[in-house]
Design a protein. Structure first.
Length: 255
């Protein structure tokens, strides 16, 4: 609850720094107070609440860094060190809490790199410096993520045996296709699918909740047959692309 309160306070403070009037800042606080999602996440003991908090802080602190290039703002060289530290820490913690945070973060970094390369000649020197600094911070946060995760694994004795957490979307896509379009599978492909996910679990498919389904995923079989899993996933996906799209969108239905 304290972390959520601090994060939302940081957002409101940043909005005021960006020129938002006190009236709209007050309305923002009111929205945070009465919209049910925020109080629920404040008392949520699952990692999703903390992930959302650190994602929000990471985005807002990135905005603070980028806005320092505005001609009416302070020069790029005076970019707040606190915002850079907040961005670095919140980004690292966000990626530690969920794998899809790392995927989205990496994709964002790649887009920034492409834009930086293509458009750097048409931008001011201060803008290019801030972009380069931002990319360095993003790279450093990924390094901290990998190093921090390694240290935590060594300290706790944790292993990488639970692959289904990283395969939630492919598992949902295969299960949805099996549920609604079983004819998309040949007998051999169906048998292979059930080797990874027993039929008792395939029948539990729900568009919005994947926990029960993926709890039946056979990690040991996957570790020795990774290539077969991805081949099956790609093959079925080419036959039912819209089913795959619906399965992917369904995982975010609650948000």
């Amino acid at each position: 609850m304290l972390v959520m309160s601090d994060a939302l306070s940081f957002v409101v403070r940043s909005l005021q720094m960006w020129g938002v009037t006190k009236r709209y800042a007050f309305l923002t606080v009111l929205f945070f107070s009465i919209f049910p999602l925020f109080p629920l996440y404040a008392v949520c003991t699952a990692k999703d609440g903390l992930f959302t908090v650190f994602l929000l802080v990471s985005i807002v602190s990135m905005g603070n860094i980028i806005r320092s290039t505005d001609a009416e703002q302070a020069p790029a060289s005076t970019t707040s060190m606190s915002d850079m530290v907040i961005f670095l820490v919140s980004s690292t913690l966000m990626m530690m809490l969920r794998n899809n945070g790392l995927y989205a973060y990496t994709a964002t970094a790649l887009i920034i790199v492409i834009v930086f390369i293509v458009d750097r000649r048409h931008r001011s020197a201060s803008s290019n410096r801030i972009t380069a600094r931002l990319l360095i911070l993003m790279t450093l946060s990924i390094v901290l993520l990998l190093g921090g995760t390694r240290i935590l694994k060594l300290a706790t004795g944790a292993t990488d045996g639970e692959h289904q957490e990283m395969l939630t979307v492919p598992i949902q896509q295969l299960a949805r296709t099996y549920t609604y379009s079983p004819e998309a599978f040949t007998p051999d492909e169906e048998a292979l699918l059930k080797a990874f996910i027993p039929e008792d679990y395939l029948t539990t498919y729900s568009p919005r909740i994947s926990d029960v389904l993926k709890s039946g995923f056979d990690n040991q079989y996957y570790e020795s047959h990774r290539a077969l899993f991805y081949k099956l996933w790609l093959t079925i996906g080419t036959r039912r692309p819209l089913t795959y799209l619906n399965a992917h969108l369904g995982t975010a239905y609650g948000y």
